[in-house]
Design a protein around this ligand. Structure first.
Ligand code: SF4
Ligand code: SF4
Ligand code: SF4
Ligand code: FES
Length: 948
């Protein structure tokens, strides 16, 4: 059986003072504020308990944990009794044993005695406690009134609620409140009638529950139980790995039966998540063994041909020969590659190495191009490092949280829960977002200020905030002068002080009342430790980089950088966006963000890689598309990215892919890009490989293979095969050897190794001689670039303007249950929460157009047209419509334009001028897409099988 984590019963105290006491004759020294239960557990004395667990505050309801304290009265509960100096505690004697047996008798008399067939058998705290207290008989009999026939709730696809087994310990209720912050559960009724109730006594699926699973994890019985455990039985071993969905990077124990995952349990020792998770990481792993997985390599000459299954050797040989043929015919720069922010650091490193060393050019890019490339640029320019400045835990010391263009409870749910917890503890909250995200108002969370700005006006808003800080004398001049370039600071002060940057003038641009901006700026500047968290609502704009710079300016001007509780924190979208950027996935940078034109760096890489490197930056993704349409770019190696769905202006992307002669896709499924491919190389899911991911707080975490790769190879091995076939030898025996090479070449990684990761659990880079165990907070004494640099951020309106033809602004975002292009989550039961992308529209705009909730509406932009169903809601403001982009048939990116950030080409997904009208059926694009998709599915279904 899988070994349960040690449970100390109550959370650790953080007090620096200690207290010494005696428990069962043992001297114990623990931090002040520790419970007697935890103090006992710290020396291996397990006091029986049911309602206590160390992830939750003590509750004191079950009365099983009573102890006797010398000189004290009665038998206090050890979970709610704090230690005291000199205290003498007895945890076991006849009197205590009798009381505990009495308590257990009562529980068991109303509990089904089906232990042998119960799904929790062998992993049930109630069963354990019956054993621990020596329960041998139940005097009350089982005939009286009981709950044994209470009906099960099986509505949630991932877990079941069987109230007949509930002991009303309230751990689930507290987990939902304290850990998750959703408050979906209550204890309804009193005494015998009390029972756990989701929302208004509704089935779980109809309640406010977001299926995070915290209650399931907290439940000491089989009442709340994963369906996968009910089906497969208890796991027998576990392996620690890292979630492959979002940039929070939660650590998990994959609990296994042989090579089969039974359940994913968030790791209590995980530094990013501390034992919590969301519905995706905990439950949505079934895609890894979904029937749609393609596990045999395939090739075809034309995209109108049926696929042909071939051996790995043949597929790799064909791909290599095609790339060589294309380069011979069209030149060395006619091919390129894309690394994946879904794959490991080691895999991203190897793909960029293949492009630079085997293709001999710098035509490598990554999906960070379309999300956080402005973060890399803006933070490098101002602070000197292209990464966030803090740990997630830093929020525990934050007094004012400023969230800009991010929706943490949907996009980064576990951090969203940490944020809500801090807000419940009293931190103040400012939200700058065009939409009413959950943080603006939800149970026990209310933003102090919601700056509901118009999409595309971020820079005007950040300048207005800066204006107030400077002109009202709220800046931290001492910090700015000591730590930053004084000249740049003075210039910035003069710039933001100009009248056109005042909240009163910019109100006409942003739509945010000037007084709100003034009050928010005062709170940010004077409310104590202030931290900024931002997302794609900042970066995916024509002025994405400018806005990142504006954020850094504001943090520096108020001294909110370089210690815990403050900082500039980009919430990275995908699991390894930070890592793929660190690993040199951009065409202008070698690993470690060093420019390809830098001779010293190039010479270093040339000496280790044994090949001459190109000194000119290569093509970015949009340039690759442009060159493909011009006829000069003909071959692409695309690992783990679905550009045909995720990139803007879909029709342009599809045309570019059609124009190429060899598209090689390495993926789990026949994704949208693979429909245009000539070679398909089966990929491996995160469960099938070893390596590392780097999350949004620069934390490098281990990814460990828990099952063999279904297609035989980990992704880095496939890249290695391709490189060897291209004539550039690679000879790694294990992913750890790739990390060793990275450590030898990247100064911020020199102290990183698989062995150290195993020892420490995870490491935040920089990790080197100066910081052997990593760097939780950056820019502490000096900025990475020496002095912080202020830069001017003039607001320039986007070219994407509304007019009478396109009077509304479309902006896009994510939803909790689905993930990015949806290739994984759409292949799980998560689609029960979100089975289609919908268009959110304000009631006024809907009424003007005669649109009712659920109607089909056509959305037309300068780029294209698609059709979705409408959801009428006041979450969006008049003039703004919103959608998600998780389903290919929605064609959200058919609408988005090719406008992009001036510095990095990050697409302007967040601002598209559109018109919305009521329609009867799908758009022309959707009709053509469906036809093409069906044709491609047919070519896959009728693939010519391997002749074995
Ligand atoms: S799954 Fe999460 S949100 Fe749902 S009831 Fe349990 S703790 Fe609350
Ligand atoms: S469902 Fe589980 S955790 Fe919740 S009250 Fe019942 S036994 Fe306790
Ligand atoms: S918050 Fe992100 S990393 Fe954590 S479990 Fe959810 S998807 Fe995975
Ligand atoms: S564990 Fe202490 S009262 Fe329940």
């Amino acid at each position: 059986m899988a070994v349960r984590d040690c449970d100390f019963g109550t959370p650790a105290s953080e007090s620096p003072n200690t207290v010494t006491l005696e428990i069962d004759g043992f001297r114990v020294t623990v931090p002040e504020g520790t419970s007697v239960m935890r103090a006992a557990a710290s020396v291996g004395i397990q006091i029986p308990k049911l309602c206590a667990t160390d992830s939750l505050e003590p509750f004191g309801s079950c009365r099983l944990c009573l102890v006797q304290i010398e000189g004290g009265r009665g038998l206090p509960a050890s979970c709610t009794t704090p230690v005291a100096e000199g205290m003498k505690v007895c945890t076991q004697n006849e009197r205590l044993a009798n009381v505990r047996r009495g308590v257990m008798e009562l529980y068991i008399s109303d509990h089904p005695l089906d232990c042998l067939t119960c799904s929790a058998n062998g992993n049930c705290e109630l069963q354990d406690m019956a054993g621990a207290v020596g329960l041998r008989e139940v005097r009350y009999g089982y005939e009286g009134e009981n709950h044994l026939k209470a009906e099960k709730d099986t509505s949630n696809p991932y877990f079941q609620f069987d109230p007949s087994k509930c002991i009303v310990c309230s751990r689930c209720v507290r987990a939902c409140e304290e850990v998750q912050g959703t408050f979906a559960l209550t204890i309804d009724g009193r005494g015998f009638d009390s029972k756990v109730s989701p929302s208004q006594n509704q089935p779980f699926m109809e309640s406010e529950c977001v299926s995070c699973g915290a209650c399931v994890q907290a439940c000491p019985t089989a009442t709340l139980m994963e369906k996968s455990v009910i089906e497969k039985g208890q796991p027998e071993h576990s392996i620690i790995t890292t979630c492959a969905y979002c940039g929070v990077g939660c650590s998990f124990k994959a609990e296994m039966k042989g090579a089969e995952v039974v359940r994913m349990v968030p790791n209590k020792d995980g530094h990013a998540n501390h034992g919590h998770s969301c519905v995706k990481g905990r439950f949505a792993f079934g895609y890894a063994t979904h029937k749609d997985r393609i596990t045999k390599p395939m090739i075809r000459k034309q995209i109108t041909d049926p696929w042909q299954e071939v051996s790995w050797e043949e597929a790799i040989g064909y791909a290599a020969s095609e790339f060589k043929r294309i380069q011979a015919k069209y030149g060395r720069g006619s091919v390129g590659g894309l690394t994946s922010s879904r794959c490991t650091n080691e895999e991203a490193y190897l793909v960029q190495k293949l492009v630079r060393a085997a293709f001999g050019n710098n035509n490598v890019d990554t999906c960070a191009r379309v999300c956080h490339s402005p973060t890399g640029y803006g933070l490098k320019q101002t602070l000197g490092e292209s990464a966030g400045t803090q740990t997630f835990d830093s929020i525990r010391k934050t007094d004012v949280i400023l969230v800009i263009g991010a929706n943490p409870t949907d996009g980064h749910p576990v951090f969203g829960s940490a944020m809500k917890r801090r807000i419940r503890e009293g931190a103040r909250l400012i939200v700058a977002d065009p939409r009413d995200i959950d943080l603006v108002r939800s149970v026990h969370v209310q933003a102090d200020y919601h700056l509901k700005l118009r999409p595309g006006t971020n820079v005007a808003l950040i300048n207005a905030l800066g204006h107030v800080v400077v002109t009202e004398g709220l800046a931290n001049d001492e910090f700015a002068h000591a730590r930053c370039e004084p000249e740049s600071y003075d210039k910035w002060r003069a710039f933001v002080s100009q009248e056109h940057n005042s909240p009163e003038v910019s109100e006409a641009i942003t739509g945010v009342p000037a007084n709100l901006v003034r009050e928010a700026a005062r709170l940010y500047a004077t409310g104590g430790n202030a931290a900024i968290y931002y997302g794609l609502g900042v970066t995916e704009h024509s002025q994405g980089s400018t806005m990142v710079i504006g954020i850094a300016n504001l943090a520096m001007a108020t001294g909110n950088i370089g210690r815990e509780g403050v900082g500039v924190n980009p919430l990275r979208g995908q699991n390894n966006v930070q890592g793929s950027c660190d690993m040199g996935s951009f065409p202008h940078e070698l690993p470690g963000y060093r420019h390809v034109s830098d001779t010293t760096t190039r010479t270093l890489f040339e000496s280790v890689w044994g090949v001459a490197l190109e000194s000119e930056p290569g093509l970015r993704i949009p340039n690759m598309f442009g060159a493909a349409l011009d006829g000069s770019f003909k071959g692409l190696y695309c690992e783990g990215e679905d550009i045909a769905q995720s990139d803007p202006d879909t029709q342009h992307v599809h045309a570019a892919l059609r124009a190429m002669e060899c598209v090689v896709v390495q993926d789990l499924f026949l994704n949208e890009t693979a429909k245009f491919a000539h070679v398909f190389l089966p990929g491996a899911s995160f469960l099938e490989k070893s390596g590392t991911f780097t999350n949004a707080e620069r934390r490098i975490s281990p990814v460990r293979r828990v099952m063999p790769p279904l297609a035989g190879y980990e992704d880095w091995e496939v890249t290695q095969l391709l490189s060897n076939a291209l004539g550039y030898p690679m000879n790694y025996g294990h992913a750890s050897e790739i990390m060793d090479e990275i450590a030898s070449l990247v100064p911020t990684f020199t102290g990183v190794s698989f062995a150290k990761l195993d020892e420490l659990g995870s490491i935040q880079w920089p990790c080197n001689d100066e910081a052997p165990e990593g760097t939780p907070t950056m820019h502490v004494d000096t900025f990475v670039r020496g002095k912080g640099r202020f830069m001017l951020t003039e607001y320039v309106p986007t070219q994407e303007r509304t007019n009478s033809r396109f009077p509304l602004i479309l902006t896009t975002g994510r939803i909790l249950s689905q993930y990015n292009v949806g290739a994984q989550t759409r292949r799980t039961a998560n689609s029960m929460w979100h089975a289609e992308d919908r268009l959110e529209i304000h009631p006024h705009d809907a009424e003007d157009r005669g649109i009712n909730d659920g109607d089909w509406v056509g959305i037309k932009s300068r780029s294209g047209e698609t059709v979705l169903r409408a959801t009428i809601t006041e979450r969006v403001q008049p003039g703004v419509v919103y959608t998600t982009f998780h389903f290919p048939e929605s064609g959200a990116n058919v609408i988005t334009t090719d406008n992009s950030d001036w510095a990095t080409n990050c697409p302007e997904y967040k601002v598209t001028a559109v018109q919305v009208t009521k329609v009867a059926g799908p758009s022309e694009w959707q009709r053509q897409y469906r036809e093409f998709s069906e044709e491609q599915q047919g070519l896959l279904d009728h693939r010519l099988a391997t002749a074995e």
